[in-house]
Design a protein around this ligand. Structure first.
Ligand SMILES: C[S@@+](CC[C@H](N)C(=O)[O-])C[C@H]1O[C@@H](n2cnc3c(N)ncnc32)[C@H](O)[C@@H]1O
Length: 389
């Protein structure tokens, strides 16, 4: 990098920090300074993916084709840059790639909002799940010091690139190549208990090993997701008996599902055969409301959903049960097949939600014990839904 590009990068970092402060995402000097210090361009490597205009594929954008100034401007946009699609790194892609993102650099506003929400104090130890490019790990190192940061990444190639980028900017946190569902099992042997655990990939339930790895009074910030792609972020406090409880945060925050929590291949999606049919009071529009979709996802946790504006197909992967909802005479008609009546379960959950005034996610909370995990409305004694653990 020349002097002028170094200056340009510093200027872009200052502008990003100022923008995040103005939008209320950065609320403290600690994270403002970290954003101003960490060069995001180093963590993007040599290429990222951009969605093609019609949204059908991922197109690699290469640093050497853009030129240094344009690349820097790209790096400091407040967007998530996808760096890997179905295991193919952007730098290795010969052309457009069709598939789903499997690694990325999360948008800075989301990363810092999460770090602020966790209220991380000086001297606290943090376990991060999902190192990805290492950008969020670098922010943690910058604010807390390398010795206080451990980060876990399941993909060894991604982890190696993150380690190299972190080293380039002078950081050497503890990096583990492992399944983050297990957290830091090695740390447990050393009786290391973390003050904070933050996950930048999402999970269908709270991975139980985490409950032993965060000290009582410590907090966990993770994104609950599932096979219908409904996401909600929960901030939980760990209790003395290795349980955790807390509330969901407002705002739409989503992450890619952790690899072991992704659905198995569903095969060709087929409509249910003619059979049990009835009118339905609900149509596919209900799944466009984020909280309703989250409840539907918990009501039919083994189902994937394919929805258009006119119809929705649910497919329970384990049992093969299927549900199709489509318009009929100004209303909706549902056809269901297989042992699990998926739409009956979804309707039941949505009815409870409607009966309580269609509350948004901030009225929901989560309790995780070694025995079970439940999402509840208003209080742990309120209506609740079991997580598919
Ligand atoms: C959204 S990216 C992380 C972004 C990162 N924090 C950053 O700022 O660049 C999610 C990462 O989680 C990783 N991941 C997925 N499943 C995982 C698992 N079970 N354990 C650890 N990491 C996982 C993915 O490989 C991916 O790199």
């Amino acid at each position: 990098m020349t002097h002028s590009t170094t200056d340009a990068a510093a200027e872009l970092r200052r502008a990003l920090a100022a923008d995040l402060i103005e939008r209320g995402e950065v609320r403290t000097g600690r994270w403002r300074d970290a954003v101003q210090e960490v060069p995001r361009e180093v963590f993007l490597g040599e290429a990222v993916y951009r969605l093609t205009e019609d949204g059908s594929a991922w197109r690699p954008v290469r640093r050497d084709r853009l030129g240094e100034q344009e690349w820097l401007e790209l790096a400091y946009q407040d967007v998530s840059w996808v760096t890997q699609v179905d295991g193919v790194d952007a730098a290795d892609a010969m052309g457009d790639v069709v598939g789903s993102p499997t690694s990325s650099s999360t948008l800075p506003s989301l990363v810092v909002a999460m770090l602020e929400d966790m209220d991380i104090g000086a001297g606290q130890r943090v376990l991060e799940i999902g190192t990805g490019t290492g950008y969020s790990t670098a922010l943690l190192c910058q604010a807390l010091g390398d010795a206080r940061v451990t980060s876990v990444e399941v993909d060894s190639g991604v982890a190696a690139a993150a380690a190299a980028a972190l080293a380039r900017v002078g950081h050497r946190p503890r990096l583990l190549v492992a399944d983050g569902v297990l957290g830091d099992l090695d740390g447990l042997a050393d009786d290391r208990r973390y003050d904070r655990l933050v996950a930048t990939c999402s999970f269908r339930y709270l991975p139980p090993p985490w409950l032993d790895q965060v000290r009582p009074g410590g907090t966990i910030l993770f994104t609950l997701s599932g096979w219908m792609h409904a996401n909600a972020q929960a901030l939980l406090t760990v209790t003395d008996d290795a349980c955790a409880e807390g509330r969901f945060l407002t705002g739409h925050r989503s992450f890619m599902l952790a690899r072991p929590h992704q659905p198995p291949p569903a095969g060709p999606l087929l409509y249910p055969p003619a059979g049990a049919e009835r009118p339905s009071a609900l149509g596919p529009e209900v799944l466009r409301e984020p909280t309703a979709r989250l409840l539907a996802q918990l009501a039919a946790p083994g189902a994937v959903a394919v929805a258009t504006s006119r119809d929705v197909l649910l497919w329970d992967i384990a049992s093969g049960s299927r549900t199709h909802v489509q318009p009929e005479d100004g209303g909706w008609r549902v056809r269901q097949s297989g042992p699990v009546r998926l739409w009956d379960q979804v309707e039941d959950a949505i009815r409870t939600w409607h009966d309580h005034g269609s509350p948004d996610i901030s009225r929901f909370g989560l309790t995780a014990t070694p025995a079970e995990q439940r999402l509840w409305l208003d209080s742990p004694q309120g209506p609740s839904w079991r997580l598919p653990i």
